[in-house]
Design a protein around this ligand. Structure first.
Ligand SMILES: [Ca+2]
Ligand SMILES: [Ca+2]
Length: 409
């Protein structure tokens, strides 16, 4: 082949790839169900990422209208750098006492303000604790590259690359580490959370990866994009011929990179799986899910699939409920009747019993069911498996010893 012909051939093949990527394309290959090997690869990547916070510093402080202390805290999470979190302390906070910790995970990509605590108050009905008399420490982390926005004291923008897939989950895990290390009154046996939309999806990731967070309520978060409505949407993006999408949390951006030719099929599917935490719900202990049937932003089918994954989990989750709302759209207020359910969940979570040694599935006893889970996972190297009882990232003899030590309890 002559040099000119060779150059022409390369040019032709490049333009063919580009012209094939956009337009009327069939993305079935991208959205085919994930394999166990793909799940294991994502788990392994998550296991290598279990950030801890450092240099916890209060950078702003004030009181809300009820006299509760609200802080903005700056700490370091590697490798993103500086991360900001809003914290609200209970009424008449006693540092010698202990309080549950409630993570409040916002939707969107535009940051968070202490107003999310007021939203939680109205959801819970009577302040931060609807029933048990225990007030809570509320924690609202930003996601990397976003601000914590306060009225009078300005905005505090977290550093980091907001276009990295699913690292906002790392930011929340690092926040949990920071809270437990720096607020002695935080009750490590009662860390729970709720999130909406993007924050609901983040919550699912946190619950699957960080077993210190023992209970959560997900309002219409993305849970499984390996289904036809996501494929149809992606093919619509391809047909439209271009993307202009925000940063963190969007599987759609990975599709755009795939269509641009900058992301391989394997890596595109990996990104989609990182956003499809329904495939990891077998690692979750207590979860409630609320979704409106006519949600125009996150298709209700995602929560239906999440419910299917939860029903298939072995051993089953300690508690799981899925609530669907016929006229519900993409707002909590539109989910008519959610409040009593939300309050009941929070009441139960505020008073959930401490974990028993070796009780992997948290059903109240350490027995052959837990042994089966442990032996099935034997040798797994992971930070994300419930059977890793001592948290050394491997399911091994030390975990077996813990289980046997708790046998029959
Ligand atoms: Ca058990
Ligand atoms: Ca272990």
């Amino acid at each position: 082949m002559t040099g000119t012909a060779c150059a022409l051939s390369i040019s032709l093949s490049i333009s063919l790839v580009a012209s094939l990527a956009w337009g009327q394309v069939d993305l079935s290959e991208v959205f085919a169900p994930p394999s166990e090997a793909e799940r294991a690869a994502v788990r392994a990547e998550w296991a290598a990422r279990f950030p801890t916070g450092a240099n916890w510093q209060v950078v702003a402080q004030g009181m809300d209208s009820a006299g509760r202390t609200v802080q903005v805290v700056r700490h370091n999470i590697q490798p993103s750098g500086i991360h900001y979190v809003a914290v609200r302390y209970p009424t008449s906070f006693d540092p010698q006492s202990t309080y549950p910790v409630v993570l409040c995970l916002h939707g969107g990509n535009d940051g968070v303000s202490p107003a999310i605590f007021t939203s939680y108050d109205s959801m819970a009905g009577t302040g931060s604790d609807p029933c048990s008399g225990r007030d809570a420490i509320l924690v609202a982390p930003s996601y990397r590259c976003e601000p914590v926005i306060t009225g009078q004291q300005g905005s505090f923008v977290s550093t980091g690359d907001c276009t990295i897939e699913d690292y906002e989950v790392d930011d929340v895990i690092g926040t949990v580490s920071g809270v437990l290390a720096n607020i002695p009154a935080a009750d490590e046996e009662h860390v729970l959370g709720w999130g909406m939309s993007h924050g609901g999806g983040v919550l699912l990731g946190v619950l699957a990866r960080d077993h210190r967070v023992r209970a959560g309520v997900n309002f219409y978060g993305p849970a499984d994009v390996f289904q036809s409505s996501s494929q149809t949407e992606a093919e619509g993006l391809a047909a439209a011929g271009g993307c202009d999408l925000p940063g963190s949390g969007s599987w759609r951006r990975s599709i755009c990179d795939y269509l641009d030719g900058s992301l391989s099929l394997e890596n595109t599917r990996r990104d989609l799986l990182r956003h499809s935490r329904g495939h990891f719900v077998d690692q979750v202990t207590r979860l409630d899910v609320h979704h409106g049937t006519v949600d125009p932003t996150v298709d209700v089918v995602q929560s239906r699939l999440l419910a299917e994954h939860a029903a298939a989990a072995s051993p089953p989750l300690a508690t799981f409920h899925y609530f669907e709302y016929p006229t519900g759209v993409h707002s909590i207020a539109s989910l008519t009747g959610y409040q009593p359910r939300f309050r009941a969940f929070m009441c139960a979570a505020f008073s959930m019993p401490a974990t028993r040694p070796g009780d992997i599935n948290e059903d109240g006893s350490t027995d052959s069911l837990d042994m089966t889970v442990l032996l099935t996972a034997w040798g797994t190297i992971t930070a994300t498996h419930r059977a890793d009882l001592d948290g050394n990232h491997t399911v091994d003899a030390t975990d077996l010893a813990i289980l046997l030590g708790g046998w029959g309890m």
